[in-house]
Design a protein around this ligand. Structure first.
Ligand SMILES: NC(=O)C1=CN([C@@H]2O[C@H](COP(=O)(O)OP(=O)(O)OC[C@H]3O[C@@H](n4cnc5c(N)ncnc54)[C@H](OP(=O)(O)O)[C@@H]3O)[C@@H](O)[C@H]2O)C=CC1
Ligand SMILES: CC(C)=CCC[C@@H](C)[C@H]1CC[C@H]2C3=C(CC[C@]12C)[C@@]1(C)CCC(=O)C[C@@H]1CC3
Length: 383
C-alpha cells in the first residue's frame, strides 16, 4: 500500500499511513507498528487536516472558524477569497477545475463540500456545471489526493415538493417535482456523494441536510426580509399563519458537520447516509419572520391572505416574467417557490443525527434570533 493511501484498522477506526497516526485507538497493534511515537505528539494528526470547498461563503466561513478553534489545519477552496484568518490557507479556484482542487486537497484527509451557486440564480447551466459535474470532479479529486472522508452540505429541501412535510425523516423519497432547479441539482449532487461511499476504497461519505440556515453574515434570509419590509411588502401573512418551519442557527449546522466528520468511520452507521440537522424547534414561519422584523425595528405583518390566491398570483407573475424574458428581465418578489416556503409546513426530524452522532443543537432558537438581530445593526429601521 503506497504512501498517502488509507487502510482500515481492524478496530474500525481509520488508520492514516501518511503520517503514521491512528485517529481512534492509538494502542491498537495495527497502528502501533506504523506510528512514530515522537511524531504523534509533535505533528498535527492527519485526521485534523481538512479542506472546506466553499469556505468563503456564509456557512463555509462559520465552519472554518470553528474548525480552527478546534485545532484543525484548514485549507479553503473557493471561487473568491472573502477574508483572511491566521492558520487558514486560501486556494482560489473553480471546483470544476480538478487540477486546482488537487493543490488544495494535498495532505488533506477530510473534505467539507459546501459550495453552490446561490439558489436565487436562474442560470440552469451553472447549477448543472457546479452542483452536478463539479461534484463529480470533487469526488474524483478526493480519490486522487487520497482523501478519506467527504462531508457534503446537502439540503432538507431535497424531499420537499411544495406541500406539507411534518417531522419528515431522511427515508422520505427524493422530490419527484423539486421546487426549483437548484434543488433538482442538490438531489443529484447528494446521490453522487452518497453513492461514492466505499469502505473498500477507504473513502467514506455522508450528507448533511440543513434547513433554513440563519445567523450573522447570512446574505439571504435577513437581508431579503428587510429589503421586502423596506419596500412596504411585508404587511401580509400568507395563509392562517400557523405553518411550522425549521430555521436552523448556523452554529448548530456547523456543529452537525463536525460531528459527522468525527463520527464517520468504516464501522459507523453514517457511511453513505443523509442526516437532517435542524434547531429541533419548529416555529411558525410568520412568528419567526415577525421576531426578526420587530427586533430590527420594523412592523410585523398583520393582514391575512389566502394561500391559494397568493400562490396563483405568484404563478401568473412567474409565467409573465418567463414570457417577457426575451424583452425584459423581471425578478418578482413573490415567486411560487417563496410562497410555498412561506405558506406550508416543512419541518424535519433530526432523531437520526441524535442517535448516530449524538447531535443536540448548541444554541436554542430564542438565543439564536437575539444574536442574529444584534449582528445586523446596519439593517435596523432608519439606518
Ligand atoms: N443557506 C441556507 O439556508 C441553506 C444552504 N444549504 C447549502 O449549504 C451550502 C452553503 O450555503 P451558503 O453558505 O448559504 O451559500 P454561500 O453562497 O454563502 O456559499 C457558497 C460559496 O461557494 C462559492 N462557490 C460557488 N460556486 C463555486 C465554484 N464553482 N467553485 C468554488 N466555489 C464556489 C460561492 O462563491 P460566490 O458567492 O462567489 O458564488 C460561496 O463563497 C450550499 O451547498 C447550500 O446549497 C442547504 C440548506 C439551506
Ligand atoms: C425555511 C427556509 C427554507 C428558508 C430559506 C430562506 C428564504 C427562502 C426565505 C428568506 C426570506 C423569506 C421571505 C419570503 C419567502 C422565503 C424567504 C425568501 C417571502 C418572500 C414570502 C412572501 C412574503 O410575504 C414576503 C417574504 C419575505 C421574506
Amino acid at each position: 500500500m503506497g504512501i498517502g493511501f488509507s487502510a482500515l484498522c481492524p478496530y474500525g477506526s481509520v488508520c492514516f499511513l501518511r503520517d503514521h497516526y491512528c485517529s481512534a485507538r492509538v494502542s491498537s497493534d495495527c497502528c502501533k507498528e506504523r506510528r512514530d511515537p515522537h511524531m504523534a505528539t509533535r505533528v498535527r494528526p492527519s485526521s485534523k487536516r481538512c479542506a472546506i470547498i466553499g469556505g468563503s461563503g456564509f456557512l463555509g466561513r462559520h465552519l472554518v472558524e470553528r474548525l480552527v478553534d478546534k485545532g484543525y489545519t484548514v485549507n479553503v477552496f473557493d471561487i473568491r477569497q472573502a477574508y483572511e484568518l491566521p492558520g487558514v490557507t486560501f486556494h482560489q479556484g473553480d471546483l470544476c477545475d480538478r487540477q486546482a482542487l488537487l493543490v488544495a486537497l494535498k495532505e488533506v484527509s477530510v473534505v467539507f463540500h459546501c459550495a453552490s451557486p446561490a439558489p436565487a440564480s436562474d442560470d440552469r447551466a451553472l447549477f448543472q456545471r457546479v452542483n452536478i459535474d463539479g461534484t463529480r470532479t470533487v469526488i474524483q479529486a478526493c480519490h486522487e489526493a487520497g482523501v478519506q472522508k467527504l462531508i457534503l452540505t446537502s439540503s432538507a429541501s431535497v424531499v420537499f415538493e411544495g406541500t406539507d412535510i411534518k417531522n419528515g425523516r431522511e427515508d422520505l423519497p427524493y422530490a419527484k417535482k423539486p421546487i426549483d432547479y437548484y434543488t433538482e441539482t442538490k438531489i443529484q449532487q447528494e446521490k453522487l456523494v452518497l453513492e461514492a461511499c466505499s469502505k473498500d476504497k477507504g473513502f467514506l461519505t455522508v450528507a448533511i441536510r440543513p434547513h433554513g440556515i440563519f445567523g450573522p453574515r447570512d446574505p439571504q434570509l435577513v437581508p431579503i426580509l428587510v429589503d421586502t419590509a423596506r419596500r412596504g411588502k411585508m404587511k401580509f401573512i400568507i395563509g392562517d399563519g400557523s405553518n411550522l418551519v425549521d430555521f436552523t442557527y448556523v452554529e448548530n449546522v456547523v456543529h452537525g458537520h463536525i460531528l459527522a466528520a468525527e463520527h464517520l468511520k468504516a464501522d459507523s452507521p453514517l457511511c453513505g447516509q443523509a442526516y437532517h440537522i435542524t434547531n429541533d424547534e419548529p416555529v411558525r414561519f410568520w412568528d419567526f419572520m415577525s421576531q426578526i422584523l420587530v427586533g430590527l425595528g420594523y412592523s410585523a405583518p398583520r393582514y391575512h391572505l389566502p394561500y391559494t390566491l397568493v400562490y396563483g398570483i405568484a404563478l401568473l407573475l412567474w409565467l409573465i416574467a418567463v414570457l417577457l424574458r426575451p424583452l425584459i428581465r423581471i425578478k418578482p418578489t413573490f415567486t411560487p417557490m417563496r410562497v410555498a416556503l412561506a405558506g406550508t409546513h416543512h419541518y424535519y426530524s433530526c432523531a437520526r443525527a441524535k442517535k448516530d452522532m449524538g447531535y443536540q443543537p448548541l444554541v436554542p432558537l430564542r438565543e439564536a434570533i437575539v444574536r442574529t438581530v444584534e449582528s445586523y445593526p446596519h439593517l435596523r429601521k432608519g439606518k
